[in-house]
Design a protein around this ligand. Structure first.
Ligand code: KIV
Length: 264
């Protein structure tokens, strides 16, 4: 059986069919996600926090990402697999090419994800022109949490919103084939989704994105502390992990998730 392709994901956007994405870090969960009908699995560097117990994603290494990506790839046959490039692993184009190549060749990822706007556009061009598919990540950038001063909604002011839209267009022009938009107002996410021809996947970005992603431990209610406003405990509703995953997929597909209270 072959994995879903970028072409198939683009067709879903064109057909206005919502794309269900979740994070996973191991083979058992990746198998469960596939059974539930999740189309895209993100091996997020959120593993630094939810698996390793770190305070942020900053300490995660390329070797950590390769290890977890390979485990996820072994657990499923059909979902499209994206691996995060960790903090400073794409500080310049040469580093980015070498590390992305390892995530694909050793980890088995089909795409790598990088955080940032205009500043990483040249690097995105270098990667994509060498055949490395890139998912860009805009809005709240967890790797920049110390600079942002916390996990704060981005793009609320007019100027910041226009800059985010310009960044999104620039990244698509640089060759990015997907965009994750994190914690931005729903109206801005809708404008960006309509302006781009590549799939836009939201997390805390409202219902009008082409798809939704959540950190799996958040949507199972396992993450200690306060759950982010944009998340939902699907396990509490359903009582089993497999039912929670299926309920998430159904809620994304029907655009019932996120609802008005789960967006900014
Ligand atoms: O690392 C991660 O899990 C992510 C999501 C929050 C989109 O980047």
């Amino acid at each position: 059986m072959s994995r879903l392709s970028l072409t198939a994901l683009r067709k879903m956007k064109a057909a206005q069919e919502k794309i269900a994405v979740l994070t996973a870090y191991d083979a058992s969960f990746s198998h469960a996600l596939e059974q539930a009908g999740v189309e895209v699995i993100l091996v997020g560097d959120s593993l630094g926090m939810v698996i390793q117990g770190q305070e942020s994603t900053v300490p995660v290494t390329v070797d950590d990402m390769i290890y977890h990506t390979a485990n996820v790839v072994r657990g499923c046959d059909t979902p499209f697999i994206i691996a995060d490039m960790p903090f400073m692993s794409y500080a310049n184009a040469d580093k980015a090419i070498a590390n992305a190549a390892r995530l694909m060749a050793e980890g088995g990822a089909q795409m790598v994800k990088l955080e940032g706007g205009e500043v990483i556009a040249d690097t995105v061009e270098q990667l994509t022109s060498r055949g490395i598919p890139v998912c860009a990540h805009l809005g709240l950038l967890p790797q920049s949490v110390h600079r942002l001063g916390g996990y704060i909604v981005q793009g609320r002011e007019q100027q910041a919103a226009e800059e985010l839209l310009a960044d999104a267009i620039r990244l698509e022009q640089a060759g990015a084939d997907m965009l994750v938009l994190e914690c931005v107002p729903a109206t801005l996410a809708q404008r960006i989704t309509e302006a781009l021809s590549i799939p836009v996947i939201g997390i805390g970005a409202g219902k009008d994105c082409d798809g939704q992603v959540l950190v799996i431990y958040d949507m199972l209610g396992l993450t200690p502390g306060r759950r982010p406003r944009f998340s939902h405990d699907f396990l509490a509703d359903t009582g089993s992990i497999q039912a929670a995953l299926s309920s998430y997929v159904q809620a994304v597909k029907s655009a019932e998730f996120p609802n008005a209270e789960q967006q900014f």
